[in-house]
Design a protein around this ligand. Structure first.
Ligand code: SAJ
Length: 414
C-alpha cells in the first residue's frame, strides 16, 4: 500500500514513520522545503521520544521519503494545522482545503482520503466533500472520504498512535470500512466506525472536556487564594472520592488543541456553548493571575529581577504553541520587569542558562513541568538569588527540606 501524508508535523511525521515501518511505501509531503530536505537526511524539526530512531529505520529500508509535492498513491492522509480564525474564533480550514486541492491532480478512482486534522463539526460534509465532488469523484462509490481524528498526547505519540482506540468517521459506511482497513496496518487499539460529523464532534468535545475541567481547577485556585484555603489539598482530598477527578491548576492552558478546539464548537452555537466559552475565558485569565500574584510576592522590592523557568506549554517538550508561559513573559515585559528566561528544551536569543536566569533574581517563577525542575539546585539558588523565593505554578518542585528557599505554590497562595 502506498500512503501519501500531507503535512509532516507533530502528527503527520510519526504517522508516516509508523506506516513505513509496517511495510507501506510512504511519501511525506510538506510545503516547507527545508523540513523536506532535513527529513530526507533523517533530521527532525520536532522533539518526540523514539521518533528519530524509527525515522532512520524507515529511511534505511527505503520505505520513507519526503517531498514538497504529492504523488499517485492508494491512500492520502491530511495532517495539516487548523488554527482558529481571529475574528469569530471559528475553525480556519484554509490549510486543509489547500492540502485537499493539492492532491486532486494525483487522485485516482478507488483511492482513500482521510482527514486527520482536527476540524469543526460538519466540515467534512459541507466543505471537504464538495472539493472532491467538483473534481468529478463520487464519494463512497469511487473515492472514499473519512475524518479520523488523531488523539495522541505529544511526548507519547509513538506509543499512543499504536495503542489508542481510533475513531473512523466515514461519509458513507463503505468509506469508514476502507479507512478502518488502512489503520489496521499498525493500530492495536479498537477502531470505532461512525459518521464523519460524529467523529468531528467527538474529537472537539474530548479536548473541550479537558479544558472545562482544567478551568474548574483554576477557578478553585482563585477562590482558595482569596479565602485562604489550600487548593492543592482540596484537590487531593476531593479526588479520593471514587467519582471525582479535579484536574490540575496551572498558569493557563496551552498547546494547539485544548486552547483552540473548544472555539470550533463555540463558533457554531455561541448561544448554547456558554460553559465552553466561560472555561476558555477562565483559562485565558490565568497568565494575568500569575503576574498579579508574582507582583504581590515581590512586595515592595525595587527593580526586582524575575527568573522564569520554563516556557513550553507541556513538560519535557520544547513546544511553545499558545503557551501560557510565553504569555506570562510577555505580560511581565510589558510592565517593564527585568526577566531572565530559561527553558532547557527551548533555544533562542531571548533565553539564557539556568545560572544566568537566577543570578540576582528576587523570585523564580516556574511555568512548565519539566523533569529538570523537580530537583533544583537549591544551594546554587541560595547563593545566587537576591531573594530565594520560588513560585511554582505547576506544583512540580520536590525536596523542600534542608534549604532556606521559600516555595510558594497554588496550595499556599493567599
Ligand atoms: N493542563 C492543566 N491542567 C491539567 C492538565 C493539563 O493546566 O490538569 C494544561 C497543560 O499544562 C497544557 C494544556 O493544559 O498547557 C494542554 O495539555 P495536555 O497535555 O492535556 O494536552 P495536549 O493539548 O498536549 O493534547 C490534547 C490531548 N487531548 C486530551 O487529553 C483530551 C491529546 O489526546 C490530543 O490528541 C491533543 O490534545 C490534540 O491533538 O487534540
Amino acid at each position: 500500500m502506498k500512503v501519501c501524508i500531507i503535512g509532516q508535523g507533530y502528527i503527520g511525521l510519526p504517522t508516516a514513520v509508523l506506516f513505513a515501518n509496517n511495510s507501506c511505501e510512504v511519501l511525506g509531503v510538506d510545503i516547507n522545503p527545508k523540513i523536506v530536505e532535513n527529513l530526507n537526511e533523517g533530521k527532525l524539526h520536532i522533539e518526540e521520544p523514539g521518533l528519530k530512531e524509527k525515522l532512520k529505520i524507515a529511511i534505511d529500508n527505503k520505505n520513507y521519503s519526503a517531498s514538497t509535492t504529492p504523488e499517485k498513491s492508494d491512500v492520502f492522509i491530511i495532517t495539516v494545522p487548523t488554527p482558529s480564525n481571529i475574528e469569530d474564533l471559528s475553525c480556519d480550514l484554509s490549510y486543509v482545503i489547500s492540502a485537499c486541492e493539492s492532491i486532486i491532480p494525483y487522485l485516482e478512482k478507488e483511492n482513500i482520503v482521510i482527514i486527520e486534522s482536527t476540524i469543526a463539526p460538519m466540515s467534512t460534509d459541507n466543505i471537504i466533500k464538495p472539493i472532491f465532488e467538483k473534481a468529478g469523484f463520487e464519494i463512497g462509490k469511487d473515492l472514499y472520504l473519512s475524518h479520523c481524528p488523531e488523539r495522541v498526547l505529544p511526548g507519547k505519540i509513538m506509543e499512543e498512535l499504536i495503542n489508542n482506540d481510533r475513531i473512523v468517521g466515514g461519509i458513507t459506511p463503505r468509506c469508514s470500512d476502507k479507512a478502518a482497513n488502512v489503520y489496521k496496518t499498525f493500530v492495536k487499539g479498537k477502531i470505532m466506525k461512525t459518521e464523519a460529523k460524529t467523529a468531528e464532534m467527538s474529537k472537539c468535545m474530548e479536548n473541550t472536556f479537558r479544558d472545562v475541567n482544567i478551568a474548574l481547577a483554576n477557578e478553585l485556585t482563585k477562590i482558595c487564594s482569596k479565602i485562604g484555603v489550600n487548593a492543592l489539598d482540596v484537590i487531593d482530598l476531593a479526588n479520593k472520592h471514587p467519582r471525582v477527578n479535579i484536574h490540575s491548576p496551572g498558569p493557563g492552558v496551552g498547546g494547539h488543541c485544548l486552547a483552540i478546539d473548544p472555539y470550533f464548537i463555540y463558533a457554531l452555537a455561541p448561544e448554547e456553548a456558554k460553559m465552553i466559552k466561560l472555561a476558555r475565558d477562565t483559562n485565558d485569565s490565568m497568565p494575568q493571575f500569575v503576574v498579579d500574584k508574582t507582583k504581590e510576592l515581590l512586595n515592595d522590592i525595587e527593580n526586582p529581577k524575575i527568573a522564569i523557568l520554563g516556557v513550553a506549554y507541556k513538560g519535557n517538550t520544547g513546544d511553545t504553541r499558545e503557551s501560557p508561559g510565553v504569555i506570562v513573559c510577555h505580560l511581565l515585559k510589558e510592565e517593564g520587569f527585568n526577566i531572565g528566561i530559561h527553558d532547557p528544551h527551548v533555544d533562542g536569543e531571548n533565553y539564557c542558562s539556568f545560572e544566568e536566569a537566577i543570578e540576582n533574581a528576587d523570585i523564580c517563577l516556574i511555568l512548565s513541568d519539566h523533569d529538570e525542575f523537580k530537583n533544583l539546585d537549591f544551594n546554587l539558588m541560595n547563593e545566587n538569588m537576591r531573594n530565594p523565593i520560588i513560585f511554582d505554578t505547576k506544583n512540580i518542585v520536590e525536596n523542600i527540606s534542608n534549604n532556606n528557599i521559600k516555595i510558594i505554590n497554588y496550595g499556599n497562595l493567599s
